[in-house]
Design a protein around this ligand. Sequence first.
Ligand code: SF4
Ligand code: SF4
Length: 58
Amino acid sequence: MPIIVAESECFGCALCVLNCPEDAMEITSSFIVAIDEDRCTDCGECLDFCPVDALAEA
Ligand code: SF4
Ligand code: SF4
């Protein structure tokens, strides 16, 4: 299942980016995380690191 970002919640802290084992996340110029769906394996690890629960599985 793809990972969904709640863009109104994400503040670009990058904790998820630093902990993604596939290097599938980056912070955009808008300070919101973006996910490269070609690299993401849907492992779900990033969900555990977001302090504001901005990430969810679709
Ligand atoms: S689900 Fe896994 S591979 Fe995909 S963005 Fe999150 S940590 Fe990275
Ligand atoms: S951990 Fe949460 S708030 Fe921080 S960049 Fe990732 S999605 Fe955004």
